[in-house]
Structure formats: C-alpha cells, structure tokens
Design a protein around this ligand. Structure first.
Ligand code: NDP
Length: 273
C-alpha cells in the first residue's frame, strides 16, 4: 500500500512537473511506425504528419498503407504548404531514426482459452519477438540521436483480463522486457527513452468487432489515443495511460486484492453453456 501511495504521488509529480510538449520537436523528427495501415497506427501517422515528422509506415497490406500515406502527405501539405513530391524528396534525403513506434499486433481472438498452443506461439512471435528484434536493430541509431522507443501495450498487459489469454501474455512480456531494458539503458547512461503505452478499449474496427456483445465497456476514440501516445513519447515519459484514469485503476488493482476479480469479471459478458 505504501508503495502504491508513493506511486500515486510520483505519478502526480510527474504529471505536473513533466517537460511541456514542444510541437516543434516533432518537426522533421524521423519516425518508423509499425501497424500503420489501420486503427491507432493510422491515426498516429496522421498526427505525426501534421506535426511535420518524416515517417516510414509499415504494415502487410500495401494498398491500404498507400492510402494512409497519401492522406498523411495531404495533412502535412496543408500545414507546411509544400508539394507532396517535395515532401517525399525531403524524407528520402535524411537517414537515421528518432522514434521507433512499435504498434502492430497479429489477429487477436477475444474468447475463452481453447487450448491452441500453436496460436500462442505465433502471437508471441508477432506481438513480442518482432518488437524485441526491431528495437534491438534500432537501438544503436536511436542512441546516436538521443531517440525514443515507443511500445504500444494494453491494460491487459498490467492486469490480466478474461478472453485475452495469449494477447495478455504478449503484452505482459513487453512490459517485462522493455521496463527491464529501460533500467539497463539508464544504468549505462544511454540516452534512449522507452515509453510504454497502456491503453484501455479504443474504438478501432478490429477492437469493436472483437468485443461486440462481450464487454460492458465504452471505447475511447482512436485519434485521442494516438495523440496521447505521441505526446507521451515526445516528452519522454516512461508510461502513458490512456484514458488517464487507467493509472488509478492499476493502483486500485494492487490496493484491493480480495474483491478485484469479481468486480473485473462483472464487465465481461459470459453465460456458461
Ligand atoms: P488494428 O487491428 O486496428 O491494426 C493493427 C495493425 O497491425 C494494422 O495496421 C495491421 O495492418 C497490422 N498487422 C496486423 N497483423 C500483422 C502482422 N502479422 N504483422 C505485422 N503487422 C500486422 O489494431 P489497433 O489499432 O486496435 O491496435 C494498435 C495497438 O494498440 C496494438 O498494439 C494493440 O495491442 C493496442 N491496443 C489496442 C486497443 C484497442 O482497443 N484497440 C486496446 C489496448 C491496446 P496489416 O493488416 O495491413 O498488416
């Protein structure tokens, strides 16, 4: 309890005394963003473009990604008054990386555990091992540029929830790996920030489809979630909670170990067959 109270005070202090966000810091920042063809990743692409960042977007569906790319350039063009072609040339001229934003996920099943171990292996590969591999490859460049690693996680990576066995495992793994790595970077005086983003239910097409009829929760807007991630990363905070009150949910989870499971399960719709 003392630890949690200390956490709350530290959170409040960090909230009020954190570095203010300077939009100019993102102008011409070099960003590699994964899972950018849809959902929160797509919204992050639009925000980064409006801030004037140079972005490399990744996903599997090339045609969908092309559309996001075109809309991103249009957003940037409106703000900076440059022709899309000029923008593309600028992006190609500079190498290096300032932000690696790891956001993609494999297909998520929102259902009771049915024993598919192979699926869990595969999801670990997509949601966890690929993050480790990409971060490892990017670290030397990020270190040179005092850059940032941004890892998009979930409340279910802090608090285990029903219907998310494999997904939750991948998100807990991210917290373990990247929070440990953050310690090591600080101990080695390497100036790379790691921002872990803990999101609640967000109104992306896939999340709404997965959870329809199964939860009593209201989804928050994806553009706001995307902006919260970008601001948190730009101000180099260790953890972003969106919506903000999820931070308190995590503290309450630790404070009330006896009644918490029943309360949590009441938000999930399940009638035994
Ligand atoms: P979406 O399903 O909307 O988008 C997922 C993105 O990942 C797409 O761009 C998709 O593009 C890409 N992707 C899918 N499969 C693969 C694959 N096998 N390899 C590489 N890329 C792939 O996800 P959300 O926007 O809802 O979620 C984004 C992040 O936010 C995730 O990390 C998620 O865990 C987290 N989050 C989301 C919540 C929500 O309620 N939406 C809640 C909590 C956390 P393509 O298919 O073209 O490859």
């Amino acid at each position: 309890k003392v630890l949690c109270a200390t956490g709350i005070v530290a959170g409040l202090l960090a909230f009020f005394w954190k570095d203010p966000f300077n939009p100019e810091s993102l102008s011409a920042a070099r960003v590699l963003l994964t899972g950018a063809s849809a959902g929160i990743g797509e919204q992050m692409a639009y925000h980064y473009a409006r801030f004037g960042a140079e972005i490399v977007l990744t996903a599997r569906r090339e045609a969908v990604l092309q559309k996001v790319r075109t809309s991103s350039y249009e957003g940037r063009h409106k703000r900076f008054g440059l022709l899309p072609k000029q923008q593309q040339q600028i992006s190609c001229q500079r190498g290096g990386l300032d932000y690696l934003v790891l956001n993609h996920i494999g297909v998520t099943r929102f259902q009771m555990w049915a024993g598919d171990v192979e699926y869990t292996h595969w999801l670990m590969q997509v949601n966890f091992f690929s993050y480790v591999a990409l971060a490892t490859a990017a670290l030397p460049t990020l270190e040179k540029n005092k850059g940032s690693l941004v890892v998009v996680s979930s409340l279910t990576g802090k608090i285990p929830t029903p219907f998310t066995t494999s997904y939750s495992a991948t998100k807990f793994a991210l917290d373990g790996f990247f929070s440990s790595l953050r310690h090591e970077l600080i101990m080695q005086k390497k100036n790379v920030s790691i921002t872990l983003c803990i999101l609640g239910l967000i109104d992306t097409d896939t999340a709404l489809e997965n959870t329809r009829g199964k939860v009593h929760l209201t989804a928050s807007p994806a553009p706001e979630a995307a902006l919260a991630i970008i601001l948190g990363a730009a101000t180099r905070v260790q953890e972003v909670f969106y919506p903000w009150w999820l931070h308190h949910v995590c503290c309450l989870w630790v404070l009330f170990p006896n009644d918490r499971d029943q309360v949590l399960q009441s938000y999930y719709n399940y009638s035994s067959p």
